[in-house]
Ligand binder design. Structure first.
Ligand code: MD3
Ligand code: FE
Length: 236
């Protein structure tokens, strides 16, 4: 495994997946890799998430202006984590907002999924871990706190099914809804990376993976553009 700060030889080609039919112009490039992770891989990832949560506990973010709490609880792993609170707004930072400690490392299996699913040779910097209990949802939004808007985003689903919705580059208009199941990997590349999206609901009891109703989503993102050219770090 190459260190997460270095480029990797992209010998593992991207896992194909199936494109989600774009619901609007400007929404192309969303690919669903169904069952990319088998049961054993899902169980191993769930265990890795438990270890991360033991070190970096789930917390409930709040909206910047209103202070309204999210229904989803969150934590992160990797060099950077996405956090949100009324006082500081939406941002990336290297430490947990409650413990002040650095985020735990990204598990190698998570990096494997990124490289296999994207075909890119640079690593993600942030892995946001979302915990949906029954009734939790995520309203339509864009991921726009990353300078690296041209890098793909990868989402890994574990546990109960969820209804995911993809819109277009501006708010409103037609959407496509897709059920995300445990072991599915969703890749947002190209124009879809900048599109509105959300999670309407989860379906409690559709998976036994987690031993309780609920869903975990891992969202892998590049935050800062990876340097190219003569000054780029080289592996080996
Ligand atoms: C489409 N999470 O954390 S992941 C998020 O299932 C987020 O927890 C949802 O949206 C979840 O920001 C959806 C799939 C996803 C992630 C990023 C995207 C879809 C995306 C960025 C652009 C377009
Ligand atoms: Fe998002």
């Amino acid at each position: 495994m190459a260190p997460a700060t270095e480029r990797r030889d992209p010998t593992r080609r991207q896992d194909g997946g199936v494109e989600i039919p774009p619901p609007q112009p400007g929404a192309a490039g969303a690919r669903l890799c169904e069952a990319m992770l088998d049961g054993a891989a899902q169980a191993a990832l769930a265990e890795a998430v438990r270890a991360i949560v033991a070190d970096a506990p789930l917390y409930r973010p709040t909206m910047p202006k209103t202070g309204k709490p999210f229904s989803v609880r969150m934590t992160n792993c990797g060099p950077l984590g996405w956090v949100a609170d009324k006082a500081g707004g939406y941002r990336y930072q290297a430490t947990h907002p409650a413990t002040g400690r650095p985020w735990p490392a990204m598990p190698p299996a998570v990096l494997d999924v990124w490289f296999a699913a994207t075909g890119r040779d640079y690593p993600p910097e942030a892995c946001l871990i979302n915990w949906y209990e029954p009734g939790a949802k995520m309203g339509m939004h864009r991921d726009e706190d990353e300078a690296a808007q041209d890098a793909p985003v990868v989402s890994i689903s574990l546990g109960d099914d969820a209804r995911f919705r993809l819109g277009g580059p501006t708010r409103g208009g037609k959407t496509a809804s897709v059920i995300l199941r445990s072991g599915d990997v969703l890749v947002l590349d190209g124009p879809s990376r900048r599109c509105f999206h959300g999670v309407d609901r989860i379906y409690p009891g559709t998976s036994t993976l987690l031993g309780a109703a609920g869903r975990i989503n891992l969202t892998l993102r590049r935050v800062t553009p990876f340097e190219t050219g003569a000054d780029a770090p080289s592996s080996g």
